[in-house]
Unconditional design. Structure first.
Length: 251
C-alpha cells in the first residue's frame, strides 16, 4: 500500500525507477559486467569517473567492503565533491574544454583498461571528452547516464554530442530531466532527486554482474571485506598484495 506522505511518495518514485532499470537495462548491465570481467581476466585495470554529484556513485564502488578491489577513482581536481570552494566552481569545471584530456594523460590509464563514466545529463564537455579521449587511448568505456537528457536538451560540447554517443556500452538510469521526483503545493521548485539512489544501484548491479562473470571464467573475484569484521584486514591485505600493480588508491 502506497504512503501518501511526501516521504512515501519519494520511496515509491525511487522504487519505480529501480524496477524500470532492473527490467529495461538488464542486457546492458550484463554486458557491462562481462566487459569488466574480461578486463580483469586480461590483466587490465578498472577506473570510475563522475563529476559533481555523479562522483558519489563512482566513489561508492572504490575501496569499499563487498566491492572489487581493482576499481580505482579517476579524479578530476575540483569536481569530485562539494568541498571545493566555491562549490559552484565544480559545475564550471565540467564545461572546460581540454580538462579531460589533461587528466587522462597524467593518469595511469592505458590501452586495455576500462573506464566507467557517470554523468546524469551527459551534456557537458568533461564527460564527453573523457569518453572520447579514453576510447582513443584504447580503453573500454561504459557510460551511465540519463538518455532523456540526450533526447530533451542540447549538448554543451562543441561536437554537439552527449556521453552516450562515445561509449562502448550505455546504461540508462531513466532519471527524468531536472532530477527531481516530487512537486507539492507551496513548494516553488520540484524536489527529491533520485539519481544518486538509482545510479549507485546500477553501479552495484554492474559489479555483481562482473563478479558473476569472473566466476564463470574460473577467476575468484578480487573482493574486499569489511575491516570491521574479524579477519577483514588480513583478507584485504592479501588481495591488495596480489593485485598491487592494478590498485592505485594506495599510492
Amino acid at each position: 500500500m502506497s504512503d501518501s506522505t511526501l516521504a512515501g511518495q519519494f520511496f515509491d518514485a525511487a522504487i519505480g525507477l529501480l524496477e524500470r532499470v532492473r527490467d529495461e537495462e538488464a542486457k546492458s548491465i550484463a554486458a557491462a559486467g562481462a566487459a569488466i570481467a574480461d578486463t580483469v581476466a586480461a590483466g587490465g585495470r578498472l577506473f570510475a569517473f563522475g563529476a559533481g554529484h555523479s562522483s558519489l556513485a563512482a566513489q561508492d564502488v572504490v575501496y569499499r567492503a563487498g566491492g572489487l578491489a581493482l576499481m580505482n577513482l579517476l579524479a578530476v581536481p575540483g569536481t569530485v565533491g562539494v568541498d571545493v570552494m566555491p562549490a559552484t566552481l565544480g559545475s564550471a569545471l565540467e564545461r572546460v574544454d581540454g580538462l579531460a584530456g589533461a587528466v587522462l594523460d597524467s593518469s595511469p590509464a592505458r590501452s586495455g583498461d576500462l573506464l566507467v563514466i557517470i554523468s546524469l545529463s551527459g551534456r557537458n564537455a568533461l564527460p564527453v571528452e573523457m569518453a572520447q579521449n579514453a576510447r582513443a587511448l584504447g580503453l573500454t568505456v561504459i557510460g551511465v547516464t540519463s538518455v532523456a537528457y540526450a533526447e530533451g536538451t542540447r549538448s554543451r560540447h562543441a561536437s554537439g554530442g552527449f556521453l552516450r554517443d562515445h561509449c562502448d556500452i550505455v546504461l540508462d538510469s531513466k532519471i527524468p530531466i531536472g532530477d527531481a521526483e516530487l512537486t507539492a503545493p507551496g513548494v516553488e521548485a520540484p524536489f527529491a532527486p533520485a539519481s544518486t539512489v538509482v545510479t549507485s544501484a546500477v553501479m552495484q548491479a554492474m559489479m555483481a554482474a562482473a563478479a558473476e562473470g569472473l566466476v564463470a571464467r574460473g577467476i575468484e573475484p578480487p573482493l574486499l571485506r569489511s575491516g570491521n569484521v574479524d579477519g577483514g584486514h588480513e583478507w584485504n591485505g592479501r588481495v591488495m598484495t596480489e593485485y598491487a600493480d592494478r590498485i592505485f588508491y594506495r599510492h
